[in-house]
Write a protein that binds this ligand. Structure first.
Ligand SMILES: C[S@@+](CC[C@H](N)C(=O)[O-])C[C@H]1O[C@@H](n2cnc3c(N)ncnc32)[C@H](O)[C@@H]1O
Length: 302
């Protein structure tokens, strides 16, 4: 009797898709395609119909990934990377998975910096890194916001802070991996992480802080609360603790005319505008995310 024929890539794909579907995963076809792309190194569209025998290594690796996914681990952690704007960032349980709404926050922040007269564009890979202004991403997690700002603002010095040393380790790996050499990291509570010399100097402060209230924990999807870092999600009893603190301190750290852009939950829109006015900001408005829900505060100091 001859040895059993090894499975083709297509066989592996069909089996993965069936197992994901049977487990109740929301998008089994898309996930199966991502997994096959990941383990084969081939474009997803081609590998899922490929009659070529799968490699032994790919077969074993796929089984390991599927086992984790079928146990409920988020796809992004299983893959170990996720796209944020044009970059694939390393992500694991030390950091929040970057979300599409945060890409909107970055876009708003870049528009504000441009409005303040700074140049937006790709950094010159051969040019000297001369910085003319400073911005900060507080609670950087994977480094997603800070890296996106650095890659689009060729003259910016970008500060990326976090309270969690674990998160900062991931951010540093992503900074190195994306070549975002003008990002500097600092550990500590919100503005406390920053050097005193930056007081009154920041053109922009961006943050996607924790904004979920303790009482809302039970309403979160299981995959979020069981896998993503609690300290990245939950702010405290009201959900507004971190935002209140950042807004309260931001005017001291911003340069005249400087702007703060903060992500928040849709139901917090009215509250965050009130908090910005209480903190002395002269302009405060809320912008919508890609689904049309109020999602980001943009506030300017005088
Ligand atoms: C919602 S996550 C955002 C991560 C990333 N900026 C993003 O948008 O994907 C919030 C981040 O704030 C950090 N954080 C929580 N409390 C903090 C504090 N007191 N000071 C600084 N960072 C804090 C968490 O560790 C986490 O990385």
């Amino acid at each position: 009797m001859g040895a059993a024929k090894p499975p083709t890539w297509r066989d592996l794909h069909d089996d993965a898709r069936r197992r994901l579907r049977d487990a109740g995963v929301d998008s089994p076809a898309a996930e199966a395609r991502w997994f096959l792309e990941h383990v084969s190194g081939e474009p997803g569209d081609e590998v899922i119909v490929s009659p070529a025998p799968a490699t032994r290594r790919g077969t074993v690796q796929l089984e390991g990934l599927l086992t984790r996914r079928l146990a409920g681990e988020p796809l992004q952690y299983v893959l170990g990377e996720w796209a944020f704007r044009e970059h694939d960032l390393l992500v694991d349980r030390r950091v929040l998975i970057p979300r599409p709404e945060t890409e909107v926050v970055v876009e708003l922040a870049l528009a504000e910096v441009e409005r303040l007269g700074e140049r937006r564009g790709r950094p010159d890979p051969w040019g000297a890194a001369i910085t003319t202004f400073a911005v900060a991403d507080l609670g950087t997690g994977s480094g997603a916001i800070a890296i996106a700002l650095e890659r689009s603002l060729p003259e910016a010095e970008v500060w990326a802070t976090d309270l969690s040393p674990d998160a900062l380790a991931v951010a540093r790996a992503n900074i190195a991996g994306t070549g975002a050499s003008r990002v500097r990291t600092a550990e500590g509570h919100w503005f406390e992480a920053l050097d005193d010399a930056l007081r009154g100097e920041l053109l922009l402060v961006v943050s996607n802080p924790p904004y979920i209230a303790e009482s809302e924990v039970d309403a979160l999807p299981a995959a979020v609360i069981e896998w993503e870092p609690y300290g990245a999600l939950i702010s405290g009893p009201t959900g507004l603790e971190a935002i209140t603190r950042i807004l309260g301190e931001a005017p001291v750290w911003l340069a005249p005319g400087g702007v703060v852009v903060l992500e928040h939950a849709p139901h917090q829109a009215e509250a965050v505008v009130g908090l910005a006015r209480d903190a002395g900001f002269v302009e405060a408005r809320v912008e919508a995310d890609l689904t049309g829900r109020p999602r980001a505060l943009v506030a300017r100091r005088d």
